[in-house]
Ligand binder design. Structure first.
Ligand code: IPE
Ligand code: IPE
Ligand code: MG
Ligand code: MG
Ligand code: MG
Length: 299
């Protein structure tokens, strides 16, 4: 039976949201502003693509989805922190995110910065929590912690963000620079999500290598398509300020190689992602469908 992707995504979103609910401090726990701010952005309505990919990668190699759930939630906390900071006036200075006013618009900059800091830290509290640690051999847990930390840090997401910021407004941008930005600011966390799912499930070296290739292709394609949506989507559709890349002179694929070539490149990456996992059986069907969804989504 073909996979009903929208139902699959909805079920996984609900599963992740329920776990995030208990993994974050309650809104009525002091300091109230900080905890409300962390929860505001987390539950503002994200697609949960990274945690869903982590679980789907685990599933693709026969892993236990429910045991991997804390790692999926940790990944979403790191991603949400990155969005709160990405929107700050000192960075992209955006007003809308996930269909709502950005965190700093509601809580102020100081609280938004600290909510981001606290979400990043909370991810590692969850990854080292007794219930998660007891579910897997220690080597897998350490592997996951190392992957996520590396993907979030200066050689991963933050490294991409700094080059993104320093490239703003530059006229002579080249493709290797934009590719570096995209594979780091966005690709690193997406690739790590898939790798962590594979590691937790005890994937063998060949499977990890194939899933890494899938993750690299999907990660880059995801950000190229994000650039395309920034141009072609409306604020209502994408739930964030449309046209903000051009307004800020951002280093994007369309700015460097044009819209048509960006689409072609994204489609090529989708083929590469599907090819990488061609040998996997039906348990990898969600990964295949999610890769297609990345280049057909409206938000
Ligand atoms: C937005 O990510 C930021 C990028 C890295 C492109 P998503 O498009 O996954 O945003 P949410 O989580 O669904 O809000
Ligand atoms: C986001 O890139 C990357 C991270 C948040 C790490 P963008 O700046 O393009 O993301 P959006 O478009 O604001 O979601
Ligand atoms: Mg940005
Ligand atoms: Mg941004
Ligand atoms: Mg964008």
């Amino acid at each position: 039976m073909p996979l009903d992707l929208s139902r699959y995504l909805k079920e996984r979103c609900d599963l992740i949201d329920r776990r995030l609910e208990t993994a974050l401090p309650a809104a009525d726990e002091f300091p109230y502003s900080l905890h409300r701010s962390m929860r505001y952005s987390t539950f503002a309505g994200g697609k949960r693509i990274r945690p869903i990919l982590l679980l789907a990668a685990s599933e693709a190699v026969g892993g236990d989805v429910s045991a991997a759930l804390p790692a999926a939630c940790a990944m979403e906390m790191i991603h949400t922190y990155s969005l709160i900071h990405d929107d700050l006036p000192a960075m992209d200075n955006d007003d809308y995110r996930r269909g709502k006013p950005t965190n700093h618009k509601v809580f102020g900059e100081a609280v938004a910065i600290l909510a981001g800091d606290a979400l990043l830290t909370q991810a590692f509290i969850l990854l080292s929590s007794p219930v998660f640690v007891a579910s897997f051999p220690p080597g897998r847990i350490f592997g996951v912690i190392n992957e996520m930390a590396a993907a979030a840090g200066s050689r991963g997401m933050v490294g991409g963000q700094i080059v993104d910021m320093e490239s703003e407004g530059k006229q002579d941008l080249d493709l290797p620079t934009v590719q570096f930005i995209h594979t780091h600011k966005t690709g690193a966390l997406i690739k790590a999500a898939i790798k962590c799912g594979a590691l937790l499930a005890g994937a063998d070296a060949r499977q990890v290598e194939a899933l890494n290739r899938y993750g690299e292709a999907v990660g880059l394609a995801f950000q190229i398509y994000d650039d395309i949506l920034d141009i072609e989507g409306t604020t209502a559709e994408i739930g964030k300020d449309a046209g903000s890349d051009q307004a800020r002179g951002k280093a994007t694929y369309p700015a460097v190689i044009g819209l048509k070539e960006s689409r072609r490149r994204a489609a090529e990456l989708l083929d590469m992602a599907l090819e990488a996992i061609a040998d996997f059986d039906v348990q990898a069907e969600p990964l295949r469908e999610i890769a297609r969804y990345v280049l057909s989504r409206k938000s």
